[in-house]
Write a protein that binds this ligand. Sequence first.
Ligand code: ZN
Length: 261
Amino acid sequence: MTIRALVWGENVHERKNRVVAQIYPQGMHQAIADALNADPAIRAGTATLDQPGHGITPQRLAQTDVLLWWGHAAHGDVSDAVTDMVCNAVWSGMGAIFLHSAHFSKPFRRLMGAPCNLTWREAGERERLWLTTRNHPIAAGLPDHFELENEEMYGEPFGVPEPLETVFVSWFQGGEVFRSGLTWRRGAGNVFYFRPGHETYPTYHDATVQTVLRNAVTWAHNPAPRLADPGAAPNVPVARALEPITERGPRLHHDGEDGLR
Ligand code: ZN
């Protein structure tokens, strides 16, 4: 079975900053999609902020098994309608991978329900990532640790809910540490956050990083059919209770009504 991935990139700094454009002449989203397409089991396409509807439609999401999201300069330009659509798709079973500065993206903050803040420094420091477990699928084929010679520093505390699993922790030359690979389940969807990927460094050309991305797509894919209405909250009247019960006490609601939201 081919896993259908969609790499969403805001594609702003690639067009405005010469350094970024030289590292990613086709855009970061295309570099990431190319890395994913090196796995014959993954078929990755791209979408960008400047396309109509940011390149995200209900039809496109319905045909996406795993969405990858990179944004930095234009989080505020992402519409609430697209944010709603992405979160609903995750709750119904689509996998989602948020990369680097996407910790502040609208869909990630909505899914986490937390500030998602951190400390940071742009000084080209060496980042050393350590596996916390050798047998996690996202760490398959990786050494116990690997290094990126130049990266932006992200430091703890990272304002996210306690993850399901911590797959990587990072050390930076300046002394900070950071939980750089974290998983959650949101509704029926698998969510992964992966820290590296500052746009002025060639991080997504790194072979080990590319392995992590391919592993993460495979891990995040939920092969079960999507839930049709992941936010449904149906009323179950007394007459339809599994065991016979007698209604007691006063009540606000009528049988079968939609309820309050
Ligand atoms: Zn950055």
